[in-house]
Design a protein around this ligand. Sequence first.
Ligand code: CTP
Length: 406
Amino acid sequence: MSRVVLGVSGGIAAYKACEVLRRLREAGHDVTVVPTENALRFVGETTFAALSGRPVASDVFTEASSIPHVRLGREADLVVVAPATADLLARQAAGRADDLLTNVLLTATCPVLVCPAMHTEMWLHPATQHNVSVLRDRGVVVLDPASGRLAGADSGVGRLPEPAEIVGVAESLLSPDVAARVSSRDLTGLHVVVSAGGTHEEIDPVRYIGNASSGRMGVEIARAASLRGARVTLVAAHLEVLPPSSVEVRTVVSTGDLATVMADAAAAADVVVMAAAPADFTPRSTSGTKIKKSGDEGLSLDLVQTPDVLAGLTRTRPPGQTIVGFAAETIDDEAALVSAGRAKLALKGADLLVVNDVSDGKVFGMPDTSVLVLDAAGVRDRVAAGKAVVAHRLLDAVLQHRATAT
Ligand code: CTP
């Protein structure tokens, strides 16, 4: 069980902290809520105390015996601040210690995740942006706010990301390997394009050919790259998971659409990851109306092959671009898997290929996976872990490849 401190500062999104708290508790973490005095104008202390099952204090003097301000930060495995107002960011960046939350932030030696939420003007103000970059330079993980509805009639960038996303990132930071990589922001300056999910090939207005991909692996790669500072475009076919709020999302339906959008998105990218599961076959023609049953007759579909998106991208790639492919195989013998992977790597012209055995429902939609990362020389890495960890290890391989290729 991990010890998490959930800091809450005084913005309208403070009510969403209750959902973050509930999810952290459900995931089995021991959570102490430290609201600022203003946060308590939005959500009552009783709510936080009831949901966390622990006493709640805002200043260093209340409950001083049960909530020692130094120990709380020092003993935490993770500190999450959601929402973080412009004022909280300013106080944290300045190293102030004028309430319990800023005391915790000054004494914490664990990973710190800060989730800003505020009006667009406040977020974009040079003072706030400066504070964010000061915090990031110190290794604090600052989640980019989402775009969308803000308080009142406003809309724009500044929305608190969904609680599920905050908790997903928070939990990944409990892995020291992930936390170190995210803090380093070692993908800053790179544009990464990731495709994810399964394409749908339309048969008629109500039917399609699809596949079992949930898009989870591609979404985790997009999230990991964004957390490490890259500008990320996610080309999303059918996804069963939410895309990260900090990335640009371009949606596609069919493999044909995917080919068009990837060619455009990848034209100036530094790194391209083809994690999507494109349908390999599509109906030769699509019926404009619903195909009706006729007696007890079956139906034959005339299918044609779709374009190979990955092979097309490697043929037209700009200089210096790194291209990663995936290979889902139903081979459980490692030597045979490696040799099939190496053949596919060469055939498609990718720099790296992530190979996994998907037989027996082992991978699709699951939180964990087991992969081999291949390059032209052979097996570069072998990882069996949660998809967030696998995503970070793959990005390490991409950076290593780029370092040796230049
Ligand atoms: N891929 C692609 N376009 C397709 C099919 C696959 O770009 N029409 C990409 C996938 O995104 C993946 C890689 O090619 O990165 C390998 O996909 P996989 O399904 O394993 O290979 P296929 O080329 O479909 O070969 P096969 O199914 O015959 O093994």
